[in-house]
Design a protein around this ligand. Structure first.
Ligand SMILES: Cc1cc2nc3c(=O)[nH]c(=O)nc-3n(C[C@H](O)[C@H](O)[C@H](O)COP(=O)(O)O)c2cc1C
Length: 152
């Protein structure tokens, strides 16, 4: 099964989570700035991550997801980082579902918030957050048969 971990990350927090998730799956995380919508064709398991800006996902990610080809048959998980609340995730999920994907899980953790000059959520995501992210990825990967049931 073809698996991809794609993300957008303005200040680098979501990129760290993407790296943790991709490590579990044995792939490289991909910044959508280096991707064309057609690159995602043929994917079986898709992880999509973003920060939240003004309570929404990034415009770049919304535009990218909307431009993707049909995602019927694709299993997806969404993830993200936030300063206050992960309010970007519902829209990410909705777009994926509208494209035909089956969204089977979501993960979010705090990320240091440069909008508040780094005063909020300092040091996040931390190692514990990344461990939870890895567990999230492993669970979905096992459910879909991408990783064997016995893998830790
Ligand atoms: C311009 C800007 C706007 C933000 N708006 C929100 C927001 O509306 N709600 C929230 O919970 N966090 C907000 N944050 C905090 C970020 O979502 C948080 O730091 C996140 O980890 C950023 O992800 P990134 O480093 O991958 O870009 C904002 C941060 C920035 C820089």
């Amino acid at each position: 099964m073809n698996v991809r971990v794609i993300y957008a990350s303005l200040t680098g927090n979501t990129a760290k989570v993407a790296r943790a998730i991709a490590d579990v799956l044995g792939v490289e995380p991909e910044d959508i700035r280096s991707l064309k919508p057609g690159d995602v064709a043929g994917v079986g398991l898709l992880f999509v991550g973003d920060g939240v800006y003004g309570w929404k996902p990034s415009r770049r990610m919304v535009r990218f997801l909307k431009s993707l080809p049909d995602l019927r048959g694709v299993v997806a998980g969404v993830f993200g980082t936030y300063g206050a609340r992960p309010t970007q995730l519902p829209l990410l999920k909705r777009i994926l579902v509208e494209k035909g994907a089956e969204v089977v899980g979501e993960f979010a953790c705090p990320g240091v918030d440069w909008f508040t000059f780094g005063l909020l959520r300092r040091g996040r995501p931390n190692e514990r957050d990344l461990e939870r992210a890895r567990a999230f990825a492993a669970e979905i990967a096992r459910k879909t048969g991408y990783l064997p049931e016995s893998s830790s």
